[in-house]
Design a protein around this ligand. Structure first.
Ligand code: 0A1
Ligand code: ZN
Length: 887
């Protein structure tokens, strides 16, 4: 059942739901109900009297009628867990106000007023990490999406833009650094060890971009000179002891600023850019104007504590938040249904940046892998929603892989169809046309249409329709060419059936298996339900290479002969297509084997073909190791789960896991010699050699394969790698292998790792994750034990995720056949919900996949969802996710 038609809201009338919300009936907010706010707030003044246990906030709003909205005397100011200590109208104590649930509603007599409101909040008691909260003795804020209403009463919606002037005052010894958005206009000392700072942000912004930080921080400072010669001061603020791990963040910021000038023509617009790292944070980072707040995980990195992947993630998230300055801040969202306007576009921008920094082929493969692991399952399950959703109860639940990653893919398709240069004309027009506005996805599409010269009427369906399209491929030789018939279907999703065909751009080429000729690439766009394209042949035995570069976020259903896949895996000129052929070889075999479709001979033949293909990859001297690593990576169990659950079948995670482990064993046994000699070649490549990264990747993949085929040997290799490691990538890779093995070295090295890094939260998070994610048969007991470890706390989201998100993503543990894994995650959700509902709700989707799984596990998962749904006083976040998941 769709949330739009739940029995609690039978007529779909928002007023009914709005009238009497109870904890079990949070109202449904609908996109179609948008109306502009009746008032403008041209200026906002905030005064903060800061204290960890008590902060007084005085907000003064200049209010005037919005000529573009329906007239109303009512000024509705949103609040959440707030009480007004005082309300003043034009400087006089006011009585013309009342509380309506959590909101403060003032009846205004005239056309323009000044409204002052005083509130007092307790940051130390705020465990939700929304609004103003304390983290490690410092104070910081998180306002997106609806956190500002926990600080003061305000029209907390993204289309109300205001210019902010802020004064912060607090004890200097406790908060030597006082930061806010924009520019520091004045500072001074007060009495009794107090000091203050005033900040002014000249750019009008919505409340969700407000930020404030007060604490004992040190900065890694630098400057950047913009394309027009303006010097910008850059600071990355952290606790003093973390300073040595901030250089990479500073470099990443400078690279991002330069790249955005060169690639999108975007220049930074303030003289100061501050980034602050905090250790308690619900998400990755936040793009507050001129004052980004980051999870420490995406700031701190050095060779000893961060893996290659961590370095890339820091660079990517720094870029993402920086790019938001234009795609998000200068042009923001009209309402939260438009979230993909800023997030989809900004993810695309950060992906293109990382492609340029790290290499296009490997980055594209990684992004597709993330899409398939996180977004495809969402699109196929009870939480499926369009990239521009139609309704929600709690907006935090819509910061999803669909809005972010599919949103990026949808814009990438426009770019593919337009070509890079014309796409740039489209984005230039968008930035130009809507600068300073709160815009819609429709505005973006229209700007691309006008600027890039595309016709996107039908394409808009990508914004409306949920579900991953499936494209069925058939082909025949005809009139000297290859007649390619493509048939698309978009699966039904909650609340949506009978969908229309969507334009699907596909880069294709036809190679020849006999001559090895590589065909010329062309772009075709499938717009009908079914369409035939005639493609030129390049030789007598045509092999189609399709969706090259993954130009469309679809599932291609094709029945290629195994020999064709082997040929594509070895010879396709498109790196993504090579990767895809390798994946398909393995998926076809593993799904058939897990479904019981293969006899012994079929099973053996499948394994042989895959081993042959892996051998070709392992021994291909033309390949660089980073790409070799991608080609050697077997499809994840989640991806196999999705492939197995398509059609009439249900997924069997136990069978998938066993077959995948067996395949790893077969590869390890069959290619022992080749893998050993590859390992021997890469093991000595120096850390900072340009080939070092690829070498480290290949090394850990080989260790993982040997862990399946020869565990004793793998234990010795991994223990040695651990002891000799001069960097976190090798150290963590070795420990990961050991964690899955029953060997004394496991506990010994885990202890050594813990002792070495005790006190370093981010590395101790890895220590938890390695164990929770391991292939060890006793993983459930181990996780239970870790939950009572003195370093485990429910109050820190990184720590909670390090243990439980890792466990929920561990197919063997989570899907234990007795349901113990499901129970553990349900227990966690119930325990975490009262502390941090946003983070608790993020665990629900793991249980929500029950419909696609075999019946025994499905029943166990559903029972846990039902247990959660019956709990008293569930948060809006968790309530919504559980209800949708059961629907
Ligand atoms: N806009 C941020 C994501 C974000 C959203 C909500 C948050 O609240 C806890 C925090 C961050 C981004 O896309 O980076
Ligand atoms: Zn973002």
């Amino acid at each position: 059942m769709d949330i739009a038609t739940t029995p609690t809201n039978p007529e779909g009338n928002p007023e009914i739901a709005d009238a009497a919300p109870t904890p079990h009936d949070p109202p449904v907010i609908r996109r179609e109900d948008y109306t502009p706010y009746p008032w403008l707030i041209p200026a906002t003044k905030l005064v903060f009297d800061l204290g960890v246990n008590s902060t007084k906030v005085t907000a003064t709003l200049s209010v005037e009628r919005n000529p573009d909205a329906g007239a109303s005397a009512e000024l509705r100011l949103n609040g959440d867990s707030l009480k007004a200590d005082a309300v003043l109208l034009d400087g006089e104590t006011a009585t013309c106000w009342e509380m309506d649930e959590a909101d403060l509603v003032i009846t205004l007599p005239g056309e323009a007023h000044e409204v002052t409101i005083e509130t007092t909040i307790d940051p130390s008691a705020n465990t939700t990490l929304m609004g103003l909260y304390a983290s490690n003795g410092m104070l910081c804020t998180q306002c997106e999406a609806e956190g500002f209403r926990r600080i003061t009463f305000f029209p907390d919606r993204p289309d109300v833009l205001s210019t902010y002037t802020v004064r912060m005052e607090g004890p200097k010894d406790q908060f030597p650094v006082l930061l806010c958005n924009g520019n520091n206009t004045a500072s001074g000392e007060g009495e009794d060890g107090m000091h203050w700072a005033e900040w002014h942000d000249p750019w009008p912004k919505p409340s969700y971009l407000f930020a404030l930080v007060a604490g004992d921080l040190a900065a890694n400072s630098d400057t950047f000179t913009t394309m027009n010669g303006r010097e910008v001061e850059l600071n990355v603020w952290v606790r003093a002891e973390d300073l040595p791990r901030t250089d990479h963040a500073v470099e990443s910021l400078k690279k991002s600023m330069k790249w955005d000038e060169e690639t999108f023509g975007r220049e930074y617009d303030l003289d100061l850019y501050n980034i602050v790292a905090v250790s308690d944070f619900n998400m990755g980072a936040m793009e507050n104007k001129g004052l980004n707040v980051f999870n420490t995980k995406y700031v701190l990195a050095d060779i000893d504590t961060a893996t290659d992947g961590d370095f890339d993630a820091v660079e990517g998230v720094i870029a993402h938040e920086y790019f938001h300055n234009w795609s998000g801040n200068r042009i923001t969202c009209r309402d939260w249904f438009q979230l993909s306007l800023k997030e989809g576009f900004t993810v695309l921008r950060d992906q293109l940046f990382s492609q340029d920094m790290q290499g296009e082929a490997v980055k594209r493969i990684e992004d597709v892998r993330i899409l398939r692991a996180a977004q495809f399952p969402e699109d196929a399950g009870p939480l499926a929603h369009p990239i521009r959703p139609d309704s929600y109860r709690e907006i935090s639940n819509f910061y999803t892989a669909t809005v972010y990653n599919k949103g990026a893919e949808v814009i990438r398709m426009m770019r593919t169809m337009a070509g890079t240069e014309k796409f740039r004309l489209g984005t230039d027009l968008y930035f130009d046309r809507h600068d300073g506005e709160a815009a819609t996805c429709e505005d973006f599409v229209t700007a691309i249409e006008d600027g890039a010269g595309l016709e996107l009427a039908q394409f808009r369906r990508w914004y409306r329709q949920a579900g991953t399209p499936r494209v069925e491929v058939s082909q025949e030789l005809k009139d000297g060419g290859l007649a390619l018939t493509l048939k698309q279907t978009v699966p039904d999703t909650p609340g949506q059936d009978a969908k229309g065909a969507m334009p699907i751009p596909l880069r294709v080429a036809v190679h020849c298996r006999e001559t090895g000729a590589i065909g010329e690439e062309q772009l075709i766009v499938l717009t009908l339900d079914e369409e035939t394209f005639i493609l030129p042949l390049s030789g007598p035995v045509p092999v189609l290479s399709i969706n090259r570069g993954f130009t469309a976020p679809v599932v291609i259903e094709r029945d290629l002969e195994r020999d064709d896949l082997v040929f594509l895996a070895a010879s396709d000129d498109d790196p993504f297509a090579r990767y895809e052929a390798m994946q398909e070889l393995a998926v076809n075999h593993l799904v058939a084997a897990a479904s019981g479709d293969l006899d012994e001979a079929g099973r053996a033949a499948g394994k042989t073909a895959i081993c042959d293909a892996v051998r070709a990859v392992v021994t291909d001297s033309e390949l660089d190791d980073a790409m070799r690593g991608e080609l050697m990576t077997l499809p994840s169990e989640t991806y196999l789960f999705e492939a197995m659950a398509s059609g009439m079948r249900k997924a069997d995670p136990g069978a998938i896991h066993n077959e995948r482990e067996q395949l790893k064993t077969a590869i390890g046994v069959t290619l022992k010699r080749e893998l050993e000699s590859l390992y021997a070649r890469v093991v000595d490549i120096a850390f900072d050699d340009p080939a070092g990264r690829g070498a480290r990747k290949v090394k850990s993949i080989i260790a993982g394969i040997f862990a399946a085929s020869d565990p004793e040997r793998a234990a010795i290799m991994a223990a040695r790698q651990f002891d000799e490691a001069g960097n976190m990538t090798d150290r963590q890779g070795a420990l990961m292998v050991l964690c899955g093995l029953q060997t004394p070295a496991r506990d010994e090295k885990l202890k050594a790792f813990f002792d070495r890094y005790q006190g370093n939260d981010l590395v101790i998070d890895k220590w938890f994750t390695l164990q929770a994610f391991s292939l060890h048969p006793d993983v459930i007991d181990q996780v239970n034990e870790l939950a009572s470890h003195p370093d485990f706390t429910m109050k820190n989201p990184n720590r909670v995720r390090s243990l439980y998100m890792a466990f929920a993503g561990n197919p063997q543990g989570f899907h234990a056949i007795d349901g113990a894994g499901y129970r553990m995650i349900a227990d966690l959700i119930l325990a975490l919900d009262p502390i941090n509902p946003q983070t608790a709700a993020r665990f629900v989707p793991a249980l929500g996949r029950w419909r696609r799984i075999e019946s025994v596990r499905a029943g166990l998962m559903k029972a846990q969802l039902e247990r959660i749904s019956e709990a008293e006083g569930l948060s809006r976040d968790t309530f919504e996710q559980v209800t949708r998941s059961l629907g």
